[in-house]
Design a protein around this ligand. Structure first.
Ligand code: SF4
Length: 82
């Protein structure tokens, strides 16, 4: 489970976040990154982590974020942030 106390600060404010255990392996981008059509997630500028660009709002976006959470091998994605 992701740890909101380890949240990457660049991640968009709101309940969904990525913590610093992101490797980054990039598989979540297939679910909710630019190529997926949702553009919820992207690499940080130095490409060392993935962050939420914005919070999911619609049902489809929430489903995409949930898919990203479930596929993340390090459990770095959480939905219990502030
Ligand atoms: S799937 Fe998890 S570890 Fe991989 S890039 Fe996304 S947040 Fe980081």
């Amino acid at each position: 489970m992701a740890d909101k106390t380890l949240r990457i600060p660049e991640s968009a404010p709101g309940p969904w976040y990525v913590d610093d255990t992101c490797t980054p392996c990039h598989v979540c981008l297939d679910e909710a990154g630019p190529q997926s059509g949702f553009s919820l997630l992207k690499y940080t500028d130095d490409e060392s982590k993935v962050i939420f660009v914005r919070q999911p709002v619609s049902a489809d976006e929430l489903a995409a974020a949930q898919s990203a959470l479930e596929i993340c091998p390090t459990n770095a994605i959480g939905d219990d942030g502030d």
